[in-house]
Structure formats: C-alpha cells, structure tokens
Design a protein around this ligand. Structure first.
Ligand code: HGY
Ligand code: MN
Ligand code: MN
Ligand code: MN
Length: 407
C-alpha cells in the first residue's frame, strides 16, 4: 500500500494556512487577491519540486501532471485554495494538499502508474469575491465562457480577467483540454453529520442545488423621528423581512431546505435615517430541484408583496444557479469499498456545500470523499478536523487513485 506521510501532509497544511493567516488560526485568501497569489505560488513551487508538469489555464486553474507509463487520460484529484474571509485551514486546501501528498508518496516509493496522475486547484471556488462560485471548474467543464468569467466583477468593480493578469495567472492552457479518466475530490464535510454520528468517511452521493440572488432595493431616505410609519418607504425593512421569511420557509419546508441572507448593506446606514437603499443576498439550497424551485418562487412572491406594500423598487440579479448533481454511482461505490478495506466506518450522504467536483461530474466520472468537521464548523476560523481523520481520508484517496490509475 502507498503510505501517506502524515507529518508531511500536516506540515503542508500548516504552511499553506500561514499564507493569509488571520486571528484564531484560519486564513483569508479571497480569489485572485495577493494572498491567493502567494498561496498559488507556494503550491506551484511544491508541484514543480515534486516533478509535476505544471499547466496554468486561461481561467487560472493550475494542474500538475505526473506522467504515467502510458499516455492515457489522467486520474485527477484536486479542489481549491481560495477561501472565504473567515476561512478555516482545511476547506479546499486539504483536498489539494492530499493530492500532492499522493504524488510525493509515489515519488518516495519510486512507483510509476499506468495512467498519469493530475493534481489541480481551481480558481474562485468560493464565489465570495466574484460570482458564480466554482468559477474555474465551471469554465473547465464548459459551463461558463471565458469572456463571461473575465467580465465578472467584485463589489469594487474589479474584473476577474484583470486580476488574473495582475497576479500572473492568466495562463495559456485551454481550460478542460485535459479530460480526466476520473475525478475524485477529498474535502472536509463542513457540516455536523459525520462528527455527530462518529463516522470516519463520508461517501458523497450528490451535491445539493444552489440558488444565489442579489437584491437591490430602492426606497426613500427620511427622518427616523418625524416620519410616520405609514409614510415610510424603508428599503431596510424589506431586507429584514426577507431574512425572517427565508428562515421560516426553511423550517416549514423541512428536509434539506436551507436559506441564508449572508450579505446585507444599507444606505446611508445611519441611526436616525430611514434607509433608502439595501443590497442583500439570498442563498437557497435543496437536494431536490423541484423543492428548490418552489423555495425560489415563494421568496420572490414574498419580496413582490412586501415591496408593493412598502412602495420600494427591487432589482434582482442571479449570481449563481446550479441544479443538484448526482455523482457516478460506480465510483461512489469504490469510495465506499476503499474506506471499508481500511476498516473505516462510512456513511452515504449528500454534500450541503458546493464543490468543484459538482462541475467535473459534467465531463467525467466523479466522486467525493468527506472527512468529519469537528462540531460541523466551517467558513469559520475554528474549522477543525482531527489528524487521524485527515490521514484516513488521504489514504482512501491514495488507494482509490492508484486503482483508477492502473485500469
Ligand atoms: O458556497 C459553497 O458551498 C461553496 O463553498 N462555494
Ligand atoms: Mn471548499
Ligand atoms: Mn468553502
Ligand atoms: Mn465549497
């Protein structure tokens, strides 16, 4: 069996977490910022030192390829190294570094696989600065054109294309030119299920659908003291009412339905002025597409009703919309088998979070391996996974990849 070097894997995680480090032990490397560039440069250096042929594509995806004895479609693994602003040290980073560890272990063992092995990190998985999320893997899978991706801007109007150029990661390789034989992504669960059930490996069968919308509400600023409630056209009131509505809707619908108003800004944002402008986001998710559509329709109806009563204008902008994705059943079975062969406990489950794997399933058989997140915390600096679980996940990945690379 190919032995994963736990100390080397944990050391790599610590070193990468030191880039963009923030108080509490997490890291903040928003996509295409200088911190992201520094993380990218570190990974590219490690990939080259491990003898990988490193390719950077036109959307900044980085793929390191280890030659096989035959020039066949590669077995690919990977994830992302961009983070949210309150990022932990494992979200995305763990999957990329475990893939690199598989390569390093193969080098130590002086083993050549039949198929090439590829380790990738994709641009802007998080969608925290530029939308849509999973941008790099979506372009790689042919779901988004390059020009549309380049034109996406952050809240300061800075564009993806310009940032890729600025940090030196607007590469020449054509996204998706390297079509994998199979893609396996190792990731922390980011939810509480495995930790609560005391299960070691999550066998991920699907990723739930995601609906991201940004609403811009225009009302009338007015004096907080003199304006009777009946005369108010309060943009902030609509935003607050949507937040409460989304929470109630999720409880009423039950199942996997979740809803979040994550970003909210008011103008003029002063204690004694009725807000004349509110910009907020709604994130709705469900494993069932019909239910997700129902949730979207009910939120839209609520907004229309309150906007009419409050006499405010509302403009909606869809930031991302992905239907639920089912992973390739045979590959999912193999994840379960390899975990079982290591006497690890397993549980089949959907993914609540979006992942690059949900895009890669469009172009090749894809599956995911989860390891537990302590207390289900993620997108939080306290995100943690025990070393034994990190090692177990990486060992399952290695064994599955070796099997795929021999076929
Ligand atoms: O939002 C998500 O689930 C992903 O982390 N971008
Ligand atoms: Mn992630
Ligand atoms: Mn994330
Ligand atoms: Mn994610």
């Amino acid at each position: 069996m190919l032995l994963i070097d736990e100390k080397r894997l944990l050391g790599a995680l610590d070193e990468l977490a030191g880039i963009g480090a923030i108080d509490g032990g997490g890291c903040a490397r928003l996509a295409l910022t200088d911190e992201d560039k520094a993380g990218r440069d570190l990974l590219v250096g490690w990939m080259k030192a491990a003898g990988l042929d490193v390719r950077i594509d036109a959307i900044g995806n980085v793929i390191g390829v280890r030659a096989g004895s035959e020039n066949l479609a590669p077995v690919m693994t990977g994830s992302h190294i961009d983070t949210v602003r309150t990022g932990g040290r494992y979200d995305g980073n763990y999957g990329v570094l475990a893939g690199l560890e598989v390569v390093r272990a193969l080098n130590d063992a002086k083993r050549t696989t039949r198929r090439p092995i590829a380790v990738a990190f994709f641009t802007n998985e998080e969608g925290a600065r530029f939308q849509p999320d999973m941008m790099g893997s979506l372009v790689y899978a042919g779901g988004l054109g390059l020009n549309e991706a380049y034109a996406a801007t952050d809240k300061d109007g800075v564009a993806v294309g310009d940032e890729l150029r600025r940090i030196g990661y607007l590469g020449a390789a054509k996204p998706g030119a390297l079509k994998p034989h199979a893609f396996v992504e190792l990731h922390i669960e980011q939810g509480p299920i495995l930790d609560e059930e005391k299960v070691q490996i999550g066998v991920v069968e699907s990723v739930q659908g995601i609906s991201w919308t940004e609403y811009t509400v225009t009302g009338v600023s007015n004096h907080a003291g003199t304006t009777p409630m009946r005369l108010r056209r309060d943009a902030g009131y609509l935003a607050a009412s949507v937040n409460v509505f989304v929470r109630g809707l999720a409880h009423e619908m039950g199942g996997n339905q979740v809803g979040t108003v994550g970003a909210l800004s008011l103008r003029p944002n002063l204690i004694n002025v009725v807000p004349n402008r509110a910009v907020f986001t709604v994130d709705l998710r469900n494993t069932d597409e019909a239910k997700l559509k129902e949730a979207e329709a009910r939120v839209a109806a609520h907004i229309a009703e309150v906007a009419a009563a409050e006499r405010v204008e509302v403009e909606a902008k869809v930031l991302a919309r992905f239907e639920p994705v089912i992973f390739e059943a045979g590959l999912v079975d193999r994840v379960e088998r390899h975990a079982g062969a290591l006497s690890l406990t397993t549980q089949r489950m959907p993914s609540g979070a979006g992942h690059d794997a949900q895009m890669m399933q469009r172009i090749c058989p894809t599956a995911m391996i989860f390891v537990p997140s302590v207390a289900g915390l993620s997108h939080n600096v306290k995100e943690h996974t025990e070393a034994a679980d990190l090692l177990a996940g990486a060992q399952v990945l290695a064994n599955l990849m070796l099997e795929l690379a021999s076929e």
